[in-house]
Structures are given as C-alpha cells and as structure tokens.
Design a protein around this ligand. Structure first.
Ligand code: PBG
Length: 313
C-alpha cells in the first residue's frame, strides 16, 4: 500500500532482434532470447501488446554479405530493418515502433558511423548526413520513433530537420543521449553480428560514446539533444548509471528512458543459471531500481517475462 514506485508493463519496451531466417535463432549470450524471424514479428508484437507492452525497439541482424566499410546497406529502401517496421505495424498497429538509427549493423568494422581516412575514428559530420537519410527512410516505413544510438554530435538536429522537410513532422526522436562506452554491450554485438571474431579485441567506441567516469558531461549531452528537438532522452546502460538517470530527472521535464542493456540481462541470467541468484527477484529489483531513479520508460530484455508474471499476479 505504501510502496512509492510501481512498474506497469506499459512502461516497458521490448528490444527485438530480427532475422531473415525462417526459424527463431537462439542467442547464446542472451539465454532465453531468440532472434525473431521477420515472418513472426507482427504476431510477436501483437502478443506483447496483449501483455501490456506497447513498445518495441527493433534491431536487424544483417547478413554479413550485405555489410561494407561504408555501411551503405543502411540506405537500401528494401533493407531488413524497414521491412521489419512494416511487419510490426501490420501485425500490431497499436504497437509503438522505435527504430534504431546507427550504422553498426551495416559496417564490416562494427562502428556506428563512417570512418575517417586513417580509419582511427568516425567522421562525425559525414555520418550525420547518412543518419538523417536513414531516419527519413525509417519514418517512411512507418516507425513511430527514430532512435539514434550512434552518439554523433548534432545528429538530433539534423534528423529533426530532415524528417520535417520530408513531411514526417509527427515522427518522434528517442535520443540515446547519455550512452557510455560500456563493456556491457557484448551480448548485443553477438546478437546483431557486429562482434569481433573470437580472439580479436572488442572495438573501442570511446571517441564517440561517453567515458564512464563522467557525470556532468552526461547532463550536457542530454540537454543538447533536448535543445536539438529530442522528444525522449535515454540513459544507457541503466543499472550502472542510476546516478545519471537521477541527475537528468532533475534537469529536464522531458520523458526519460533507461536501457537495461544486454550485459545487464546476461549477468542476471548467468548467475541465476548457476543457482546463485533468484532470477525473478533479481530481475524485478533491477527494473524497479530504474523506475525509482526516474525512468518513465525502460528498454529491457526482461520486458516480456516481467509482463507475463505481472499479468499472472
Ligand atoms: C549500437 C548499439 C549498441 C547497443 C544498442 N545500439 C551497441 C554498441 O554501441 O556497440 C547495445 C544494446 C545492448 O547492449 O543491449 N548502435
């Protein structure tokens, strides 16, 4: 009766990996999760909606043959990501589709943008131009929100301008505003196939993602995104950055999202598989902590399982 915080399924967004394969593909580093075949995606969204989850974040698993140094597949009008948006909306028109905007599923090097000529960094401004075009294709395919996860500077303003100019003033922007250069993204990179091969060091995105040591910078980044026209600001990862979420809650009136990322899911799932943690209790505690810290929306790989249990209670 006196609990200060609740977590209703309507606050949750389910990230879904989408594959062109005909059968669901288990993801070894995300036990219990699969890549959803394109043909099942509409039904999956409808099923989530019946559990009270009305938002999905879509991530395509792009065939390696379609990847290139410049990730030009991102601008293919028939790209898997665009067909996935159409399938989700066709199968579940009320589901709010958040579509990822970044080049990493499409580049052979796995970076979120185009590389500079020496290959040592991303080229911020050339990347922003491509992302703005990608956002227009994404809106045209029916996404309700574009979600730039790339961390280039100035991309929210460029995307907003491009969307408005193309007649998509109603398409929202969920900005990955305070996205840290985190070790917790490992299983995600397996899931979308952007991971290094065994034995190779993971790539560093430290020139564009944030330094985990920094707190004030996160607020600066987020307020810039707000000024550029973002509709929802996101902190990522979630659990290790609750202080950032709390600070941001005090700094803006915009809705806030937190992304409980793949490594956070994998840690709880792995410990529970060993019998060292109670899966359901640790899951629920990790989610309510994000809500308590100030998240209006939570992207979590636990969303479906949480909602199933919530419906049962
Ligand atoms: C890349 C992207 C990443 C995630 C979402 N979009 C990984 C990265 O920055 O390398 C990670 C999400 C997760 O770990 O669950 N644009």
């Amino acid at each position: 009766m006196l609990a200060e915080t609740d977590l209703a399924p309507r606050r949750l967004i389910q990230p879904l990996f989408v594959t062109e394969a005909s059968a669901p593909e288990p993801i070894p580093s995300l036990p219990g999760l699969v890549r959803t075949p394109l043909a099942h995606l509409g039904a999956k969204c409808a099923e989530l909606a019946s559990l009270g989850i009305h938002g999905v974040a879509l991530f395509p698993k792009v065939d390696p043959s379609r990847k290139s140094n410049d990730g030009v597949e991102a601008l293919n009008p028939n790209a898997l990501a665009l067909r996935a948006i159409q399938a989700a909306k066709a199968g579940s028109p009320g589901t709010v589709v958040f579509a990822d905007i970044a080049l990493d599923p499409y580049t052979t090097h796995g970076h979120d943008g185009l590389l500079t000529s020496n290959g040592l960094d991303v080229h911020n401004d050339r990347t922003v131009e491509v992302l703005a075009k990608m956002a227009v294709l994404t809106a045209r395919a029916g996404a309700d929100f574009v979600a730039p996860s790339d961390m280039m500077d100035g991309r929210v303003a460029a995307i907003r301008r491009a969307l408005d100019a193309a007649g998509h003033a109603g398409t929202g922007i969920l900005a990955y505003s305070a996205k840290y250069a985190s070790a917790y993204y490992g299983p995600f990179r397996d899931a979308v196939g952007s991971a290094r091969k065994a034995g190779e060091a993971p790539i560093s995105k430290a020139t564009y993602q944030m330094n985990p040591a920094n707190r004030r910078e996160a607020i600066r980044e987020a307020l810039l995104d707000a000024a550029e026209g973002a509709d929802i600001l996101m902190v990522k990862p979630g659990g290790p950055y609750l202080d950032i979420l709390r600070d941001l809650r005090g700094a803006t009136d915009l809705p806030l999202a937190a992304y409980q990322v793949s490594g956070e899911y994998a840690m709880i799932a792995a410990a529970a598989a060993q019998g060292w943690l109670d899966l359901r209790a640790a899951r629920d505690e990790s989610l309510i902590a994000l809500r308590r810290a100030g998240a209006d929306l939570i992207l979590s790989y636990f969303a479906e399982a949480y909602a199933r249990d919530a419906v049962r209670n």
